[in-house]
Design a protein around this ligand. Structure first.
Ligand code: UN1
Length: 493
């Protein structure tokens, strides 16, 4: 069985901890992908030291030159797209068409970051004094710790790593323990593209290792995507240590369907939003909010089509829905079905593990729909991260918006309507970082700000130009060419 290594300072190194763990295919638990380092503090220390040393030179490399390397990163991802998509599917389960999209998102991010190295605009402003010039520009922060989840093994890390490096930072990356093979290939690609030793480092390990990165005194910034529980813990530590931290956490994303909507379109939207990636997206549609006039009809349409979704191994081109990531997630899904039934919601589809034939080999859960979910239920409030959709009936447009907003999270949202007034009211009034009109809650594009309000995040936006606000500091410069002492706020007033 293949034994993988950490990537530190441009070298592939066995973990100093001497420990390894096995990673398995969630669609077939007999298929072991490999043994990956279960790194410890000594490994983290080595990676951070290499990132710290590399920062001295990397920050001085002209940004467009850094961009040339990132362009190559995008080219190599494009060249290896098909091969890598299969590796990712084997490792985390979602179908190959989805893992291909995941890589495409990294390609888009690489090219965007590369081009941004020729902008990274600063501001100039007039000075209040004669013969004095005021400038400001972006500078890197230093060593960035990147900690991500399993569901987008390449795209989500790329959102952080590539802009961080474009800005002149260096990175220590800890991939989710469930997708280390993808993390290893990320390192291979960075190496081949010519990212200098130490600028990008990968250390494999389990959850505990994240804290070692977060607490390390030479790590200046943390970029995290994952659960709200872990994210809040990281935020707390970073608060105490006065580190910059960008948190991308949970969602409980609503899709509203109004009676005037194109119902077939709304149906396709909710099926993709709720069951794409087996519901394991922070942007997944987990609350369907339907107007009373079409409620029964839409639920019938939904059951009819959702019951036909084809579960299976994501490597099979017929598969529409893959497994969940691990046994624990399967247990969580079962637990929420129990909770939903106890709370009095009406189970209209699924609700149990799928074990027919080949499915018995993996962690498969039937696409599950609960109707008559009310706002007081846990099913309505809590992120499940699995193929479980709640449907709630509302009386009016106002009720729909209020219901959508009755939530601790605020990442994505959607409304299906042909009424322009409803659409614009929804854009204005839904409390979420992202609102889609006549499109599902999933489908963010790499060049637009991505992130959420309320319990989803801590005010940052990845993606697009806004990600550079996370990974840079501002340097303000005053150039006085008057040849005399000019005292601001004093001499001119
Ligand atoms: C995530 O679920 O962590 O918009 C990110 C989307 C994808 C990104 C999802 N482009 O669903």
């Amino acid at each position: 069985m293949e034994k993988f290594k950490n990537y530190i300072n441009g070298q592939w190194l066995e973990p100093l901890s001497g420990k390894y763990y096995q990673n398995i295919n969630p669609a077939n638990i007999e298929d072991i992908i490999g043994e990956f380092p279960e790194s410890g503090l000594e490994d983290v220390n080595l990676a951070v030291k290499s990132a710290k040393d590399a920062f001295r030179n990397w920050r001085l490399v002209p940004a467009p030159k850094r961009g040339d390397i990132l362009k190559k990163v995008g080219d190599i991802f494009a060249r290896r797209k098909n091969e890598l998509a299969r590796i990712m599917t084997r490792e985390m389960g979602k179908p190959v068409f989805e893992t291909s999209g995941d890589i495409q998102e990294a390609i888009d991010t690489a090219y965007y970051a590369a081009s941004e190295t020729r902008r990274l605009f600063g501001y100039t402003a007039p000075s209040e004094m004669l013969n004095k010039m005021n400038l400001s520009f972006r500078v890197p922060v230093g060593v960035c710790g990147v900690i991500t989840a399993f569901n987008f093994p390449i795209a989500v890390p790329s959102w952080k790593i590539l802009p961080a490096i474009a800005s002149g930072n260096t990175v220590v990356y800890k991939p989710s323990k469930d997708v280390p093979h993808s993390g290893s290939i990320f390192a291979e690609i960075m190496e081949e593209a010519g990212v200098p030793p130490g600028v990008f480092n990968v250390v494999f390990g389990k959850g505990y290792m994240g804290n070692m990165i977060v607490e390390h005194p030479d790590v200046h910034l943390i970029g995290f995507t994952g659960s709200t529980t872990i994210g809040c813990q990281i935020g707390e530590i970073c608060g105490k240590l006065n580190k910059r931290v960008s948190l991308e956490m949970g969602g409980k994303n609503p899709q509203i369907v109004m009676p005037d909507a194109n119902l077939d379109l709304a149906l396709d939207g909710v099926l993709w939003g709720a069951f794409g990636t087996t519901g394991q997206r922070c942007t997944a549609t987990s609350r369907l909010i339907v107007h009373k006039d079409i409620y029964d009809k839409f639920i019938d349409m939904l059951i009819e089509k959702a019951s036909k979704l084809r579960l299976g191994n994501g490597l099979d081109p017929q598969t529409q829905v893959g497994p969940v990531i691990h046994k624990q997630q399967l247990d969580t899904c079962e637990e929420y079905v129990k909770i939903g039934l106890e709370e009095g919601a009406r189970l209209v589809l699924g609700g149990k593990r799928a074990t027919d034939g080949e499915l018995s080999k993996g962690y498969f859960f039937e696409p599950t729909i609960f109707a008559d979910v009310t706002r007081n239920m846990r099913l309505f409030k809590e992120e499940i991260f699995g193929p479980i959709l709640s449907v709630t009936k509302v009386d009016s447009f106002e009720d729909a918006i209020e219901t959508a907003n009755d939530c601790e999270f605020g990442l994505s949202s959607s409304i299906y309507t042909t009424n322009v007034n409803y659409a614009f009211n929804a854009i204005r009034d839904i409390e979420a970082g992202i609102t889609y009109i006549n499109a599902p809650t999933i489908g963010a594009e790499a060049h637009m700000p991505f992130g959420g309000v309320k319990g989803t995040g801590n005010g940052h936006r990845e993606g697009g130009w806004t990600v550079f606000d996370i990974f840079t500091e501002w340097k303000t410069v005053y150039v006085d060419f008057s040849d005399k002492l000019q005292r601001a706020q004093i001499d001119n007033y």
